[in-house]
Structure formats: C-alpha cells, structure tokens
Design a protein around this ligand. Structure first.
Ligand code: PLP
Length: 321
C-alpha cells in the first residue's frame, strides 16, 4: 500500500449528496464546485456564525414548510453584529435565497437549512475588524437529532457554558460549539443521551444544543436570556404554546441544579432537538420517570403546528413549493 493511499483511507468527510445545490458568495452552485481555501480564517479561528432552520415535510399536502425563517435570519444578523460582520442581504432576500436552494434540491422529506456567515480571508492573524466575509446556505435531509419519543437520560456536564464575557452564547458562533461538543461527547461516552450545562455561577443554562424547560406544580420555568443561553427560536414558540394553549404561566428565572432532580417534568427544545422530554438527570428520575403529560401535549401541539396542520399557526412557516 502506498503512503498516499494509506493516508487517504483514514479520511471520511464527504457529504452524502455532493451534487446538491448550495448558495455560495452570491451564486447558486453545486456543493462539489465550491472551492474553499485551506487558510480560510473561520476554519482556523472559529470566526463564523450560523443558523439551523428546519423544513418540515407534510406528505399529505406534498408541501415543505420552512419554520421561523425570519426569526433565524434576525438572530444571524445579530450574531454577525457581535462578530463585526454584516449580512449582505435583507431578511426577505435571505428567505428567497433559501427557498430557491430548497426548490432546486427538491427536498421531499424533513430538511435542515444551514446558513453560514464567516470570515473568509485567507490570512494568518486573529482579529474581527476589517476582514472580508462570505455567506453560504446549504440544505440536507434531516431526521431526528435527539430521541423525542421515549424520553432521554441526561447528565449535568463537568464543562461550564461559555460566558457572555468570554465567548457570547447569545451569538450562534461556530467556535463556541467546541463547548457544546465537549459536553455532548462527555455525556455520550458516559452512557447518557445528552448533556445539561451550567453557567459559571452554577445555574442551569441549557443542553449542548437545546434550551431547557422545567415543569413544577403547574408552572413552567426556563433559564433567562442572561444565563448564557442561545436565545432559542423554539424556546419562544414553546413559551407561547405553554401560555396560550395550556394556560400555564412561564417564568424566565435562574434554575438551580437540584431543581432538575425535584421537578415534575423536564424537556429540551431546539430546531434540531424539537421537543425532547428528559426522564432522568444524574441518575435521578424526573417525576415518575416517564414522559409527562405536559411534554406530550406540547409535542402534539408543536408537531401539528410545524407540519402546517394547524391554521392557527400558519404564520410560523413558509410553504416552499
Ligand atoms: C446551544 C444551543 N442552544 C439552544 C438551541 C436552540 O435554539 P433554536 O430553537 O433557535 O434552534 C440551539 C440550537 O440551535 C443551540 O445550539
């Protein structure tokens, strides 16, 4: 075996659909036609920000519903502002670009959309100001990110959440996902499904890539945006559903670690995770250890709304086709 072949055999990093359409620096092109320089700033220094948007397929109506596109692009604009980057398009244009990529790829199933704004200069040296930036959007088929049916088992991570005074969690920064990856791998390798991460002060912040809700005595609680969370789009939708559909008050306040052990129900939520009930934390059962009623009701309301089956929540999504 030649040395070259031996090196190649250890690499496994190609997408399933290299022929897929993407939007890259102002043009619709094929994934495999994009050439990204080895020195690209964001690749080395984590100087990018991104979004994850879901498209939900409704088989009966043969329609793909793009969920909360405006809220995601608004957040991307804010993440960019924190990183001294400006999106080169209006939100309306960004949505149009995304719809065009989705249509060209003719996705007929649940789909993930990944817009990325990043420092594209090919130069060594760390800074944010005065560097050129690039923007791309790619889309891919996407199923479950974490389990949503039987309830998941979590551990409180030994890693703490990045703070607003170091790497702001409010911005969805590529580099800060090292924090998420450390927590997630620790949890999986310790035999759990997911990690719950604390702030430096020791309050509950969020999951590795999900916001958190706790239900106790007929009230819902979620960490405030000042506890180093990503200000989740799904979190906002869930707050609305709990208040409007379940008539339950929602309190945005700091949560202690041990409240996770003594609450009635716990759930993680996010674009990827959707609504994932937690049935165990640090080997203590949550409630009676089964998926609770509130979580089940929320799942049924949420999936009805995101798949375009509830006219009341029509404005949550944009039909793609
Ligand atoms: C760290 C983190 N927190 C929370 C969320 C949930 O945010 P959203 O509901 O906007 O997807 C995500 C997912 O994107 C995330 O990565």
């Amino acid at each position: 075996m030649s040395v070259e072949t031996d090196f190649k055999s250890r690499i496994q990093a190609r997408p399933e659909h290299p022929n897929t359409w993407v939007f890259y620096d102002g043009e619709f092109v094929r994934y495999h036609d994009v050439k990204l320089g080895l020195m690209t700033h964001a690749l080395h220094y984590g100087t990018g920000c991104f979004e994850g948007i879901r498209g939900y397929w409704n088989a009966q109506r043969e329609q793909l519903f793009l969920l909360q596109a405006q809220a995601h692009f608004d957040r991307l604009r804010n993440s960019g502002k924190i990183l001294r980057m400006e999106l080169p398009y209006s939100t309306e244009e960004l949505i149009e670009i995304t719809l065009e990529v989705l249509r060209r790829n003719d996705h007929r199933g649940d789909t993930y959309v990944r817009p990325l704004l990043y420092k594209s200069i090919e130069q060594i040296g760390v800074q944010l100001h005065g560097l050129p930036e690039s923007f791309l959007v790619y889309t891919a088929p996407f199923g479950k990110y974490v389990e949503i049916d039987g309830g998941i088992r979590c551990m409180v991570s030994s890693w703490r959440r990045v703070t607003d005074s170091s790497v702001p969690a409010r911005a969805k920064i590529t580099g800060s996902y090292v924090n998420s990856a450390l927590a997630k791998s620790e949890a999986i390798e310790a035999g759990y499904d997911e990690a719950i991460v604390l702030t430096h002060e020791g309050h509950v912040s969020e999951g590795s890539a999900e916001n958190l809700f706790m239900i106790k005595n007929g009230k819902a609680y979620t960490p405030p945006v000042t506890d180093d969370i990503l200000e989740g789009v799904t979190r906002n939708l869930i707050i609305g559903l709990i208040q409007d559909e379940l008539g339950m008050p929602v309190f945005e306040r700091s949560i202690d670690r041990t409240e996770l052990y003594t609450c009635d129900e716990l759930l993680l939520c996010g674009t990827g995770a959707q609504i994932s009930p937690v049935v165990e934390v640090d080997r203590r059962t949550v409630g009676d250890g089964k998926v609770g009623e509130v979580s089940q009701e929320l799942q049924s309301l949420y999936f009805g709304a995101v798949r375009g089956d509830n006219p009341k929540y029509k404005d949550w999504s944009i039909p793609v086709f």
